[in-house]
Design a protein around this ligand. Structure first.
Ligand code: PEP
Ligand code: MG
Length: 548
């Protein structure tokens, strides 16, 4: 049994599909003709060589010599008798497929290198896995991105890491859970898992050394435990837990339609965090009273070019219409940090979370920013839309963002295009400097939304992605709580509402506190709406208040 961080509740029993080591389910293990298999392997090695050489050539332009040498070393693996040489032997002697030969040897060498104490040798394990995985992809003709496409129902995906763009492609009908070796509780990969409502464990170190494609596995998204090749009793126990969990989830839905309100007329709204239109149905079904955070960056991922103004306009309009008058808070593009776009060239940064991210990137790319703002404005004629700027750290940034918005409004006016000229415009409070000066900001915007995922990492200097310091990542730290409290009171002093859309909004421990601070809106992933509502309902009953 290995333990990581349970980031999306629930239990899964399924078959492992391993990305990286790529000892996958999806190839034939035996082969009829060893000559054909050897030929296939030769071709796949040649293709791999070309690919690596192209990467090396590019790397020379961007990386230092040391890092280029690491990639160059992958070329040597292609000719290593202990690796590919051994694979050819296996094909000949055991009549296995080329995939099976490469996959077995990759796993054996990976285990050998991982067992070394020496850091250099340990790192070779990752290299071997990388090369093995490339050869396998070339053999099967599957790219890493399309690997998910043909997976059968009941698959549990294991990977060293999953990019948010990978996770966004997961189809929950077939993929029952995933486990990664890296990542923290509020990494975007974890957030997406929650939105999908599939159990997930991240930061499960060295799990790839234990698991092989096709193994039966159990994922406990509550405790963070991952069990490989469990016995029949354990499987039975987890099927029961899964059943009970789902039953509880269903029970939670019985409070749909109940509103959180106090005797003095004060209301608390429960809204949803979404990554695309497909999340709206689940959100509304669970009783969301609006969308408190639309992470628009996911519209820009998994495609070859930037979405046009027209494409975005259609999506925002459809989202607003699906919500039938409920508010839709569209956050402008938040790329950078752990999220990148294949078609947007960005320099390598040593601290991407402190670098060119979100509003900073938009302000440096006016065309990109204006395209999105125009699309949002146009859609505002068709529903209850509000705009939200992420990662604001100083007043100048907010002013510049508002200037671009005004320019777009003027353009549309001149063009005679309809939009809501008084569209509510708010900002995220997710940087300590913004929380500390919230009084000034509150006079300049229509609403706040506190992003505790980032506010925690920036206040405590703890990378939200780094599993090795995940015990220090504590959104309930008094410093973070004080910043939240300050932000809410600053908002109320200026008469504007304050939402919280970080993961903390659905924490059972935090909800009573946030309610006491006077938070107006809890925006949580669709899968957590029922639970959040139930916790809030319990709190107000406890206070002798009533719900509608
Ligand atoms: C946050 O930082 O809390 C937030 C909601 O934004 P994201 O997780 O997308 O950075
Ligand atoms: Mg954030």
């Amino acid at each position: 049994m290995k333990k990581g961080i349970g980031v999306s509740k629930g239990y899964a029993v399924g078959k492992a599909y391993v990305i990286g080591a790529d000892v996958s389910l999806h190839f034939k293990e035996t082969a009829g003709n060893p000559v054909v298999e050897a030929d296939r392997l030769t071709k796949a090695l040649e293709l791999s060589r070309k690919q690596i050489e192209a990467i090396v050539e590019k790397a020379h332009e961007k990386m230092d010599v040391k890092n280029v040498k690491i990639i160059e070393s992958h070329l040597n693996f292609l000719e290593d008798p202990a690796f590919t040489g051994e694979a050819f032997n296996k094909i000949k002697q055991e009549s296995v497929s080329a995939e099976k030969a490469i996959s077995d040897i990759t796993q054996t060498l990976y285990n050998t290198f991982s067992a070394f104490e020496d850091g250099y040798m340990k790192e070779r394990a990752a290299d071997i896995r990388d090369v093995g995985s490339r050869i396998l992809r070339n053999l099967t003709g599957r790219s890493r991105e399309t690997d998910f496409a043909g997976l059968p129902a009941g698959t549990v995906v294991f990977a060293h890491d999953l990019k948010p763009s990978d996770t966004a492609q997961i189809d929950k009908e077939r993929i029952f859970a995933f486990v990664t070796e890296t990542g923290g509780a509020t990494s975007h990969t974890a957030i997406l898992a929650k939105a999908l409502g599939i159990p997930a464990v991240v930061g499960c170190r060295d799990i790839l050394a234990d698991v092989r494609g096709g193994d039966t596995v159990i994922v406990d998204g509550v405790s963070g435990e991952v069990l490989v090749r469990p016995d029949a009793d354990l499987i039975k126990k987890y099927w029961t837990l899964k059943k009970q969990f789902n039953q509880k989830k269903e029970e939670g839905k019985q409070t749909i339609g109940r509103k959180i309100c106090f005797q003095d007329g004060r209301r608390i709204l429960i809204a949803a965090n979404i990554g695309g239109i497909k999340d709206i149905e689940a959100a509304v079904k669970s009783g969301a009273e609006g969308v408190g955070l639309f992470r628009t960056e996911f519209l820009y991922m998994n495609r070859a070019s930037m979405p046009t103004e027209e494409e975005q306009f259609r999506i925002y309009r459809e989202a607003a219409e699906l919500l039938e008058g409920r508010p839709l808070t569209i956050r402008t593009l938040d790329i950078g940090g752990d999220k990148s776009l294949p078609y947007l060239v960005m320099d390598k940064e040593s601290n991407p979370f402190l670098g060119l991210r979100a509003i900073r990137l938009c302000l440096q790319n006016p065309d990109l920013f204006q395209t999105q703002l125009r699309a949002i404005l146009r859609a505002s004629a068709f529903g209850n839309i509000q705009i939200m700027f992420p990662m604001i750290s100083c007043m100048e940034e907010l002013n510049r963002a508002k200037d671009v918005l005004n320019t777009c409004k003027l353009q549309l006016e001149r063009e005679g295009v309809r939009f809501c000229s008084s569209i509510p415009t708010g900002m995220m409070i997710e940087i300590p400097s913004a929380a500390l000066t919230a009084e000034e900001f509150a006079k300049q915007v229509d609403f706040f939304s506190i992003g505790t995922n980032d506010l925690t990492q920036y206040t405590l200097a703890v990378d939200r992605m780094n599993e090795s310091i995940s015990d220090l990542y504590n959104p309930l730290h008094p410093a973070v709580l004080r910043l939240i409290q300050m932000t809410i009171s600053a908002a109320h002093q200026s008469g504007i509402p304050c939402c919280l859309c970080g993961e903390l909004a659905s924490s059972e421990q935090a909800i009573p506190l946030l309610m006491e601070y006077g938070l107006d809106e809890f925006s949580v992933s669709p899968g957590m709406i029922a639970e959040t509502r139930n916790t809030l309902l319990q709190c107000i009953v406890h206070k002798g208040e009533q719900s509608l």
